[in-house]
Design a binder for this molecule. Structure first.
Ligand code: ASP
Length: 586
């Protein structure tokens, strides 16, 4: 830990050790705890961000919790039996000769030195008190290390930091924009960037070659544990590259960040195609820290007599030792949960010791023929004591629901199982076909199709869903860290995509005219990536909610209890902006 002497202090509270005994020091901080000691003396634990130090003072001083004070005195060893081995400074104390109260404090809304759960709204309302806690101090300082390691990692590779504007026209990330009304042009609005996407592409046309930015992005989406309205991402774009070059550059920056926090550089990141991820894990962001993979059983039930398994797709998962782990009530609850997730049902069976090796029992076991039972046991490599779960439905439903069930049954806690980085590649170009018959882009409309699937762009309808793209995600322990793609830089391909997406000439010009214009003046082949710094930092710290790594986050409902944002503005201001508000919808 660093000592940061100033004109008011010689040392930090948490850095004093037996080696300092005999020195006269001054420390500054907050009163963490006070204990009376006999009639005349009191022990004050004084706290700064490095830790606490025990100060022995005259008990006549009015020093209460969270008062800010400066203490001067002699560092001395604590008498043998009073030393505290749990505390970095536990072998010493300061025999205080001079106390200066720098600020008095009202009783804090919640204790700083306690691990008790405090209601989140209260924590955020008094975030400045919350920030004094060890956990947030550690998290924010770690986050700063992540940022600087990423910066260094990008700069080592020739990336140039460029700041792109906040007041812009809409970007194509597909979420809802936050908008800012224009005073100069009442009735017109700026959008706040969902990402710097179009500007970074313009940087490539402008010959920047390698751009990066630790960028604030804003998306008006429902908030979750891993999502806030505003978030930070490492945003990057490179010219004259294939996706391999992008992987190399981004992996380097991520590895730098991991090393800065854990002291260890991760090995090479794994690769998996989107198709494989969906079939084996039922997810495009598979948590590869554990097995319990989805096993294909469609062929096993080809022509089956059992009605429950007459479906276009059947897959199963095996829960090792599940028989002992799950009660009948729990199994029933799982069936209901799977139905809520969209499956018609969940077939379950126990694996028991049969006469000739493992056999299926209970649940739907009686509906399976002998060869079907054998085949299921073999395919799932089931052992006595295991539970097996099967879903028969459309391939989409089977993958989705079984993927969620796998997480429910097997996912380790966030801080266990190490860091499993995974590039998921060859994402489909289109996500679905909308009701109007147009495909919906899976990433954004500038994503380059896969080189082997260019011919398929001439197709129509459901076949278009088979078109793969040069889009990729980086996944860490089941969290989507970020995405990127190689971009389209040829107008014939771009026009075809717009045509497929049903974006007409006028809309193209209105939304992306400036980018398309720029491309007419010499656009290099380029591609890029962006990953969430909040998510990466949270995972490196073993936090499940990104709010724990953000200094001033919003609540789940998007409010800021500290500043009361969002709040109404006065009528004169509205007038100036040419805005009239409606009463809230009831
Ligand atoms: N702009 C994309 C995003 O924010 C990332 C990229 O394609 O580079 O998700």
């Amino acid at each position: 830990m660093q000592d940061l002497p100033t004109s008011m202090r010689t040392d930090m509270c948490g850095t004093l050790t037996a080696a300092d005994a005999g020195r006269t020091v001054s420390v500054c901080g907050w009163v963490d705890r006070r204990r009376e000691h006999g009639e005349h003396l009191a022990f004050i634990d004084l706290r700064d961000h490095t830790g606490v130090i025990q100060c022995v003072v005259n008990s006549s001083h009015d020093l209460r919790s969270e008062y800010v004070a400066r203490m001067t005195g002699l560092v001395r060893p604590r008498p043998g039996e009073t030393a505290n081995a749990d505390l970095a400074t536990g072998e010493v104390e300061i025999e205080v000769t001079e106390i200066e109260i720098l600020a008095e404090a009202e009783p804090p809304p919640f204790p700083v030195n306690d691990r008790i759960d405090v209601d989140e709204t209260i924590r955020l309302r008094h975030r400045y008190v919350d920030l004094r806690k060890e956990r947030l101090q550690r998290n924010l300082r770690t986050r700063a290390r992540v940022n600087s390691a990423i910066r260094a990692g990008m700069e080592e590779q020739g990336f140039v930091e460029i700041e792109t504007p906040m007041l812009i026209a809409s970007t194509p990330e597909g979420a809802r924009d936050f908008v800012v009304p224009s005073r100069k042009e009442p009735g017109s609005f700026y959008a706040l960037p969902q990402s710097p996407q179009l500007f970074k592409q313009l940087c490539m046309v402008g010959g920047i070659d390698r751009y990066y930015q630790i960028a604030r992005c804003l998306r008006d989406e429902d908030l979750r544990a891993d999502r806030q309205f505003e978030f930070m991402q490492l945003d990057a774009e490179m010219s004259f590259v294939s996706q391999e070059d992008v992987f190399t550059a981004i992996s380097h920056a991520v590895a730098n960040a991991v090393e800065a926090v854990t002291g260890e550089r991760p090995g090479d990141f794994e690769r998996m195609t989107w198709q494989e991820a969906m079939e084996r894990f039922g997810s495009d962001k598979p948590d590869t820290r554990f097995g319990m993979e989805l096993v294909e059983l469609t062929e096993v039930f080809d022509g089956t007599e059992a009605r429950v398994f007459q479906a276009p797709c059947v897959k199963g998962i095996r829960m090792p030792d599940g028989v002992a782990a799950l009660s009948r009530n729990q199994i029933d609850a799982l069936v209901e949960t799977c139905q809520r997730w969209g499956a018609k049902g969940l077939a379950w069976m126990k694996v028991v010791d049969g006469e000739n090796g493992p056999a299926l029992d209970a649940g739907v076991a009686k509906f399976l023929s002998e060869p079907e039972s054998k085949a299921v046991i073999n395919a799932l490599e089931a052992e006595p004591g295991d539970m097996v779960f099967l879903i028969a439905d459309t391939r989409r439903v089977v993958r989705h629901v079984l993927g969620l069930l796998r997480l429910e049954l097997g996912r380790p806690p966030v801080n266990e199982g190490g860091l499993h980085f995974l590039w998921v590649v060859d994402f489909p170009l289109f996500e679905t076909i909308a009701d109007n018959g147009s495909p919906v882009p899976a990433h954004h409309p500038f994503t380059m199709p896969h080189v082997d699937d260019m011919d398929l762009l001439g197709a129509s309808g459901e076949t278009l869903l088979d078109v793969r793209s040069q889009a990729y995600d980086l996944v860490l322990n089941g969290w989507e860290l970020g995405s990127g793609s190689i971009r389209i830089n040829r107008s014939d391909i771009q026009n075809r995509i717009f045509e497929l997406l049903g974006i007409g000439e006028a809309e193209r010009q209105a939304k992306f005219g400036f980018l398309l214009d720029a491309f007419r003046f010499g656009a290099p082949p380029h591609g890029g990536f962006a990953f969430g710094i909040d998510r990466l930092t949270a995972l490196l710290l073993g936090e499940t909610n990104i709010r724990e790594v953000i200094a001033f986050p919003k609540t789940q409902s998007g409010a800021d209890p500290l500043t009361s944002a969002p709040s109404p503005i006065d009528s004169a201001h509205l007038e100036e902006l040419g805005i009239r508000t409606l009463p809230p919808a009831t």
